[in-house]
Design a binder for this molecule. Structure first.
Ligand SMILES: Cc1cn([C@H]2C[C@H](O)[C@@H](COP(=O)(O)OP(=O)(O)O[C@H]3O[C@H](C)C(=O)[C@H](O)[C@H]3O)O2)c(=O)[nH]c1=O
Length: 185
């Protein structure tokens, strides 16, 4: 088994663990596997893969999602350093609307997060540097981008460090209350 999965309280949000084959040369691991990730909930082709490099502990990006018809699944993994990775359920009518899960992803624990359409994603660096790889099931559409404030008290996300290096866009995101009850995907 290349990827093991643990489902979470948010439907479709799954914590994965990547198996690594090591020998005297080093190691080999698979960053995506349609069969095994499909069995854990991934749907559709990988349309885009992104690399996010980050340079300071406390750096925080998010909480972002794309609106329909450009809603996307994301598969997030860390290949350097450590982050607290967060998914927030923004699906209209969901029994866990407004709830989140937070999990430490690191190059060491080989964990990843499968995030379905309608859930916002963000992370904070727990190490001085961190590099993330994302697989997306839809192409980047700036006009379809949205999200919620990382520090909205209604979300009650316990970010471990003071937030640093926030983008102007992230600081301008709305609170959950202004999000209008959720997205239809
Ligand atoms: C997301 C994206 C961005 N860009 C360009 C747009 C900007 O010129 C530059 C940085 O974009 P942005 O500041 O939106 O990057 P992040 O704040 O890291 O956004 C990402 O961070 C959160 C945590 C996510 O989950 C998403 O993958 C994504 O929204 O890359 C692209 O060209 N393609 C893309 O797919």
């Amino acid at each position: 088994m290349i990827f093991e999965g643990a489902h979470t309280k948010l439907e479709g949000v799954t914590i994965t663990t990547r198996q690594q084959a090591g020998d005297q040369r080093g190691s080999f691991s698979r960053l995506f596997c349609a069969d095994q990730l499909g069995a854990l909930g991934w749907q559709g082709a990988v349309v885009q893969t992104n690399l996010s490099r980050n340079m300071e502990a406390g750096t925080l990006r998010g909480l972002h999602l794309q609106f329909a018809p450009h809603a996307e699944m994301k598969f997030v993994q860390v290949i350097e350093g450590r982050v607290l990775d967060v998914a927030v359920d923004l699906r209209a009518g969901s029994k866990t609307y407004g709830q989140h899960i937070a999990v430490e992803l690191s190059a060491e624990n080989q964990q990843g997060l499968l995030i379905p359409k309608g859930c916002a994603h963000g992370f904070q660096l727990l190490s001085e540097k961190a590099t993330l790889i994302y697989h997306h099931s839809a192409a980047y559409q700036p006009d379809a981008e949205g999200g919620v404030r990382f520090d909205d008290p209604e979300l009650n996300i316990a970010w471990p460090l003071p937030a640093r290096n926030l983008s102007a866009r992230d600081l301008s995101l709305p609170s959950l209350a202004r999000f209008g009850g959720g997205v239809r995907i």
